[in-house]
Design a binder for this molecule. Sequence first.
Ligand SMILES: Nc1ncnc2c1ncn2[C@@H]1O[C@H](COP(=O)(O)OP(=O)(O)O)[C@@H](O)[C@H]1O
Ligand SMILES: [Mg+2]
Length: 271
Amino acid sequence: MKGDAAAPLVKGEGTAPAALKDEGVTPPPFTRHPAQSLIQVSDLARHYQIGEVSVPALQGVSLSIEQGEFVAVMGPSGSGKSTFMNLLGCLDVPSSGRYRLAGEDVTGLDPDQLAHIRNRRMGFVFQNFNLLSRASAQENVELPLLYANVPAAERHRRAREKLAKVGLAERAQHRPMQLSGGQQQRVAIARALVNEPPLILADEPTGALDTHTSLELMALLQALNDSGITLVLVTHEADIAAFAKRVLLFRDGRVVEDRLNETPQRAAEML
Ligand SMILES: Nc1ncnc2c1ncn2[C@@H]1O[C@H](COP(=O)(O)OP(=O)(O)O)[C@@H](O)[C@H]1O
Ligand SMILES: [Mg+2]
């Protein structure tokens, strides 16, 4: 199976993805100097200007994330988690501080350059799936390739491959409304994967899912992490953070705790 890019990570509906580690997810085509962190932020800050008042949403955040890490971002509502994720995802720019992604300083780039980096370097998964309701699962997954000007035949092929990978080969022509919440989120993951990014950013991806479906989703995300994809995932829930290898705790826009989880739970074993 190794090297078979179409090997499913989820074998059919409601089945525990077994032996995922060797199931042939090709590591992202991404070379860099070993000493170089995937993500490196120093003294990162983001202030929102509301009238005369400057609200500090994030301040003094300095940390590195290495390729292959699985980081859970936790903290109370309003503590800066989404602000941090938006900066990591190049969806927003910091008020001050530096951000290096794979060694490249992205702090001063213009919106077009940031869009290019987003498309090449990362996939996004959101709480509410953010799928186009009038488009099929396949068309949703193809979307990032459309932006990257990939020819149609190649788009179809790669989208089908990723849908198969998340166990939805048979649902390619379904629209989001015809899919369960867990299936919709897997479409979103297939879409996040379609450009083979080294990094996936997920903001409360299990927030709209029931417990069992959340476990299935976490098993899928852990399998992706096993294959070498770096994961940064916001969650409110300690149960979900327990799957991560590292936990960052935010409070009042600052990182107040950064700890390694030596014994992450395995979601696939809990299904
Ligand atoms: N667009 C915005 N304009 C003004 N203030 C904002 C905006 N987005 C977030 N904030 C403020 O920044 C702080 C951090 O918000 P956020 O990063 O969304 O927190 P979290 O995701 O942890 O709930 C909060 O005080 C929030 O009210
Ligand atoms: Mg948030």
